[in-house]
Design a binder for this molecule. Structure first.
Ligand code: HEM
Length: 266
């Protein structure tokens, strides 16, 4: 038999819930969060489905470590490399934060490719998720551009010459090439303006674009739901097909896919 709550306990619960109720009444945010956390996903999702969240985690690590680095980094050719040295050798745990940001960039890109591979192999880009695939492609291009702009920031020989090569490659594009190269350089030569431009792109414009695209991407993931693996019985989002009873297994006709999807068959 369910025990009745004491009046005092009820009072305490009401007081504890008051801020949440206040927020929910005015914004609906609590209900939204509850929907997000307790929404249904196919029963046979597996470790491959965690690659998107792993990519998101890598991105968040980049955001946090990047903000810390930006507190010490100086984006001008005279001081850029010295400020990186200072972060690595003098700032408390600076070597760790810098290392996490530097290696984390590769982890982010690798995870993004692995997540894209899983989406491709599971056929999760098909109707109705085409738009989310397109947003994913934009995320991939923007993520790679973030890596390119970050590579110049230490302003050492490797950074400088890698950027010269990257800008020259862009310069070979038909029609828009020269314009693109000069836009990236911020003038005729790579110099102070290039560094300032890359820094601004790297820490403001591109992360802003990534955050916007990721928000859209996740909105669509929640709205459309996650796909099952291709080998799943639940591939069409319904329960498993009925088990054959009594009849010889070889004589049981599989249910046509169209019927499984709920579409009328011929
Ligand atoms: C910043 C990069 C990205 C983040 C943070 C991200 C995050 C996520 C998350 C958390 C999910 C749901 C769980 C999962 O299926 O793993 C997801 C699903 C999806 N992602 Fe991404 N993603 C990124 C890049 C990409 C790229 C590059 C593509 C493809 C070009 C892509 C296409 C998709 C599609 C189509 C789905 C739906 C999959 C399904 O319903 O099974 N995403 N993403």
């Amino acid at each position: 038999m369910a025990r009745r709550k004491s009046a005092r306990r009820q009072q305490l619960e009401t007081a504890a819930m008051y801020p949440l109720d206040w927020l929910e009444e005015r914004s609906g945010l609590v209900g939204g969060l509850r929907y997000f956390l307790f929404r249904k996903v196919p029963g046979d999702t597996n470790w491959f489905h965690t690659l998107g969240s792993a990519t998101l985690t890598a991105f968040l690590v980049q955001l946090v470590t990047g903000v810390i680095l930006a507190m010490y980094y100086k984006p001008d050719p005279q001081n850029a490399h010295d400020s990186i040295d200072h972060i690595t050798n003098d700032v408390t745990l600076g070597w760790l934060v810098r290392g996490m940001h530097k290696w984390g960039a590769s982890v982010f890109i690798i995870l993004m490719f692995m997540h894209m591979g899983r989406v491709f192999l599971f056929g999760a880009y098909k109707y109705p998720r085409e738009l989310n695939w397109i947003i994913g492609v934009l995320l991939l291009a923007t993520g790679l551009f973030e890596g390119l702009t970050g590579y110049l920031l230490p302003f050492d020989q490797t950074a400088y010459w890698a950027t010269v090569v990257a800008i020259n490659i862009n310069g070979t594009a038909p029609f828009v090439g020269p314009f693109l190269a000069s836009l990236l350089r911020g003038g005729a030569e790579i110099g102070p303006d290039t560094l300032a431009r890359f820094y601004s792109l790297h820490m403001l414009l591109i992360p802003g674009a990534l955050i916007g695209l990721i928000t859209l991407h996740l909105y669509l993931v929640i709205r459309l739901g996650v796909t099952s693996p291709p080998w799943s019985d639940e591939a069409a989002g319904e329960g498993p097909p009925p088990k054959p009873s009594g009849a010889r297994a070889g004589l049981v006709r599989p249910r046509p896919r169209a019927a499984v999807r709920g579409r009328p068959t011929e």
